[in-house]
Design a protein around this ligand. Structure first.
Ligand SMILES: [Zn+2]
Length: 278
């Protein structure tokens, strides 16, 4: 992230970490929240080519075509992510730190959800193909088992925050791209199941203080060998998308100064630290 965004977001990193899952927690208190984290693209069409010709589609056109109830039911992820982007632009304009952080982290959440292929299909937990639990396998068990060896630093992949001209188109492109990976997510799982005929596919896994029935550790390892860098690569793409969107919204807002008081405060603190070190 370029100046002054890098310093601004770095300074608020603890807050961002603490609130990254707020959007999921809101599902319990806000009725429509649950529709904002996904889109069942295969409810619109089975073929990727056809989906690419249907989307992007504006919110008003979509409502005209399918009606509000149907759209909500199939999920409004990409439309809502775009709305959150527009809110972030407005927040930058008001220079209100709390508002900027709120919309920045919510945007990050919605956009990252769309990088999970299982957030783009109606078979989101493998319930239609006897693969229940595949959601947590992909988005929880694989990252938790391999985060130590994942290299998620965008710069080491030659990526830096980029100006995105058409944000609407970008969000839809990423969503369709994510959806194109879904067939492999399912087929690799079926392949590993076949190899595991005599071995345990599921096991009780202890996460924090909760004991949950998930895929066994051996299964997670075998699935990772099959699926390769897909999960890591989607995570890198989502990190890059988030920083580019945070940057683009700031440019769109007229590149305002961010938190001058805090910047001052930091330099005063640094001066004091230098004095102490001397
Ligand atoms: Zn979510």
């Amino acid at each position: 992230m370029p100046h002054p965004l890098h310093a601004f977001f770095k300074q608020h990193r603890p807050w961002l970490n603490d609130h990254a899952l707020d959007a999921d927690i809101r599902k319990h208190s806000i009725k429509d929240e649950k529709y904002r984290h996904y889109i069942d693209l295969d409810s619109y069409h089975e073929e990727l080519d056809s989906l690419q010709s249907i989307f992007p589609l504006s919110w008003s056109m979509a409502i005209e075509q399918w009606g509000m109830d149907s759209i909500q039911h199939h999920g409004v992820g990409p439309w809502h992510a775009h709305l959150e982007y527009l809110r972030l632009i407005n927040a930058y304009r008001t220079a209100d730190t709390a508002r900027i952080l709120r919309h920045a982290i919510d945007l990050a959440h919605y956009v990252s959800d769309l990088h999970v292929p299982l957030h783009t299909t109606k078979n989101y937990n493998g319930q239609d193909t006897n693969q229940e639990g595949i959601h947590a396998l992909w988005e929880t068990q694989i990252p938790e088992a391999f985060q130590e060896i994942f290299n998620l630093h965008p710069r080491s992949h030659g990526l830096e925050a980029e100006w995105i001209e058409s944000v609407d188109g970008f969000i839809w492109m990423r969503t369709l791209d994510s959806h194109s990976l879904a067939p492999l997510v399912f087929s690799h799982e079926i392949d590993v199941r076949r190899e595991f005929e005599s071995k345990a596919i599921d096991a009780y896994i202890i996460r924090g203080r909760i004991r949950q029935l998930m895929r066994s550790e051996e299964f997670v390892q075998a699935y990772y060998l099959k699926i390769g860098p897909q999960v890591e690569s989607q995570m890198i793409k989502s990190i890059h998308a988030v920083s580019s969107l945070w940057f683009s919204a700031w440019v769109e807002a007229g590149q305002p100064e961010l938190g001058p008081y805090n910047a001052d405060h930091r330099s005063r603190f640094k001066k004091m630290l230098d004095w102490w070190l001397k």
